[in-house]
Write a protein that binds this ligand. Structure first.
Ligand SMILES: *Cc1c(COP(=O)(O)O)cnc(C)c1O
Length: 367
């Protein structure tokens, strides 16, 4: 796919230009509205997710803010997973409240909590499964049923799984979104997002909003993601195989308090994970005996893995949510969402398994 590195598109004549703006001619006009490279990426991810159409965005947060700006407004209400990606929660709590949007955060791994939170003005149910960074799992099919009964739309952040491991639209979700910065691109060299809608109508509603809000992807960025997604299956399978082994061995390590990984029988939603995901993924959370201090020692002692936020790249990344990605939530919201101060998040990369393990084990020895 070539990069259509062009902000604008020439018209044959004035009539064609007019026809493109009136919608009679669906040709290209201007890259904020549509671009051939971006369109190729949108088709690709929509097809992988089993959706009707996609909408590529500048970042994952741009995809999330576009959904909120399209379907929420003054007097509208959203029910969301408590332990969502930190900025998703702060966007709702700190920014959208200024425009009269109400939000309720619950532990969606128990769907009864969602039912109890729904009100007459609930427009959206927003879930992240597995959630970040607790790796709690929510039953997508069960929530889709609840959403339908309530007349609300179900939106799923599928970033942690990628379409390779989980296809929420097939389970009844209305909209799926991604931070393509993570697994889909997979090389830690691009920030990008994607919205996939189950119907063309929903896609068109969001397209109208993003054209005004301006969060469109850049064609060069889209081209890089098209390159990255070609190896999605190879990368995710390799990282997942290492993650499974690492989780099992970490669970037996004397310096580890607990490990949370959807592939472990000790995971509270292990059976549900097996049912709705085609694999447990490459993200592991664990708590060290010795809490924050021990966690810092490990993070400062790794050398193959990189101490950095983000995830889903070919490089293993380690980070501390309470002081990094989820710092903006504040201690009370973190405690409610189950994000303990000693929780360490590990994004398993595609390095050789023995190297990943040796690096982490020497860091654990430093405690
Ligand atoms: C990173 C991330 C986002 C935000 O994506 P950006 O590309 O950084 O804007 C949203 N949801 C999840 C689960 C993420 O990991």
């Amino acid at each position: 796919m070539p990069i259509f590195q062009s902000s604008t598109f020439a018209f044959e004549d004035a009539d064609q230009g007019a026809a493109r703006f009136s919608g009679k001619d669906s040709g290209y006009k201007y890259t904020r509205i549509a671009n051939p490279t971006n369109a190729a990426l949108e088709c690709c991810i929509a097809e992988l997710e089993g959706g009707a159409a996609g909408l590529a965005t500048a970042t994952g947060m741009s995809a999330i803010s576009t959904v909120f700006m399209t379907f929420l407004g003054a007097g509208k209400h959203i029910v969301s997973t408590g332990s969502v990606y930190g900025p998703t929660r702060t966007l709702l709590e700190n920014e959208l409240t200024r425009f009269g949007v109400e939000s309720t955060f619950v532990d969606t791994s128990d769907v009864k909590n969602i039912k109890a939170a729904i009100k007459g003005n609930t427009e959206l149910i927003y879930i992240e499964t597995p959630a970040n960074p607790t790796l709690s799992i929510t039953d997508i099919a069960a929530v889709a049923k609840i959403a339908k009964e309530a007349g609300a739309l179900l939106v799923v952040d599928n970033t942690f799984c990628s379409p390779l491991l989980q296809k929420p639209i097939k389970l009844g979700a209305d909209i799926v979104l991604h931070s393509m910065t993570k697994f889909i691109n997979g090389h830690s060299d691009v920030v990008a997002g994607m919205l996939v809608a189950s119907t063309l109508e929903l896609r068109n509603k969001m397209h109208k909003v993003i054209c005004q809000m301006g969060g469109t992807i850049d064609p060069h960025q889209a081209w890089l993601v098209l390159r990255g997604v070609k190896t999605l299956a190879l990368r995710v399978k390799a990282a997942q195989a290492s993650a499974m082994r690492l989780a099992e061995e970490l669970e037996k390590h004397p310096k580890i308090e607990w490990v949370k990984y959807p592939g472990l029988k000790s995971h509270p939603q292990y059976e549900l994970a097996k049912k709705q995901m085609s694999g447990p993924g490459a993200m592991i959370s664990f708590e060290l005996k010795g809490g924050v201090k021990a966690g810092k020692t490990v993070m400062d002692s790794v050398s193959l893995s990189t101490l950095a936020v983000s995830l889903g790249g070919i490089e293993s990344l380690i980070q501390h949510p309470a002081s990094m990605t989820h710092a903006s939530m504040g201690p009370k919201a973190r405690a409610e969402a189950g994000i303990s101060d000693g929780l360490v998040r590990f994004s398993v990369g595609c390095e050789d398994y023995d190297d990943i393990k040796a690096d982490l084990w020497q860091a654990l020895d430093k405690i």
